[in-house]
Structure formats: C-alpha cells, structure tokens
Design a protein around this ligand. Structure first.
Ligand code: CU
Length: 159
C-alpha cells in the first residue's frame, strides 16, 4: 500500500507549486512515473507485441479492454481517427484522476512524460510500456472533459 501513497503525495503538491507561477517541476514528474504501480517506460528492444489502439471523437478507445502478462513490454500503436486532439495516458486510476485535475488547472500544460502520447487529428504514434505486477492498470485521455465523457480503458495484468 505504501508504494501507492508516496507517488500520490508527490503529485497532489504539483498544482500548488504551479499556482506560484513556477514551471512544472519535471524531475518530480519523472520520479512519480518511475515509481508508478502501473509499470515503467519500456525498452523498445524488449517489446513482445504491438497492440493497435484507435481514439475517436465519440470519446472512446478501441479496444478499451486489454490483457497483458506481468512484466510484459508492449508497444501501443495509437491512431487518432477523430477531428480533435486526443491522448493516451497510462497509470493507476488514482494517478490519472490527479493528473486530469492538474490539467484542468493548467490548460496549457505540455506533455513529455513517457507514459503519455498526445496526437493531433489523423496522427499516429507509438508508446512503449513495461507493465509491473499490478492486477489492473488504467489508461485515459486527459484532455479536459474526455475522461469524464468515458474516454478510458483498462489493462488486465495476468500473473
Ligand atoms: Cu480525448
């Protein structure tokens, strides 16, 4: 349980820091993601399979239910087939909800985190992620309003 608490505490301090007019502390973000219960950035040389994901303006990922093995490194090949920007962010549900709240507070916030891919309409891109031991991992589009409209999915991690 403790490993969940530490990254969350780190993260809830970020909006307060940003309100002071300072830049997003990138090292704090890195520390959070490297400790995520959802896993860690994957080594492209160790990808065991590629999973294609579509994002569209009905606020859905297709597929939105995925199964992986614990420790598996997956390349997500993501395509935005909509007419507005979308993104795929991997994390625990708690991380995603905290992150979505931070984005509402900072509309201009740029993503460069390794658990995130942001795509303009018609764009495609890859995201390599190594899953850990967690039973389930979530993903969502954190553009304001999208997750709330149902733009999220679940990865089931088998032992
Ligand atoms: Cu979206």
């Amino acid at each position: 349980m403790l490993k969940y608490v530490i990254p969350l505490l780190l993260f809830v301090t970020l909006p307060a820091l940003a309100d002071g007019g300072h830049a997003m502390p990138g090292h704090a973000m890195d520390a959070m993601h490297s400790r995520s219960p959802a896993g860690q950035p994957g080594d492209p040389a160790r990808v065991s399979r590629t999973i294609e994901i579509l994002m569209d303006d009905t606020m859905r990922f297709t597929p939105d239910q995925i199964s992986v093995k614990a420790g598996e490194t997956v390349r997500f090949f993501v395509r935005n087939v909509g007419k507005i920007p979308h993104e795929m962010v991997i994390g625990s549900l708690e991380e995603l909800q905290a992150h979505a709240a931070a984005m509402r507070d900072m509309p201009g916030m740029q993503h460069s985190e390794p658990n995130t891919i942001t795509l303009q309409p018609g764009q495609r891109g890859g995201l390599v992620w190594q899953f850990g031991q967690a039973d389930t991992v979530d993903f969502a589009c954190l553009i304001p309003g999208h997750m709330e409209a149902g733009m999220r999915g679940k990865v089931t991690v088998a032992p």
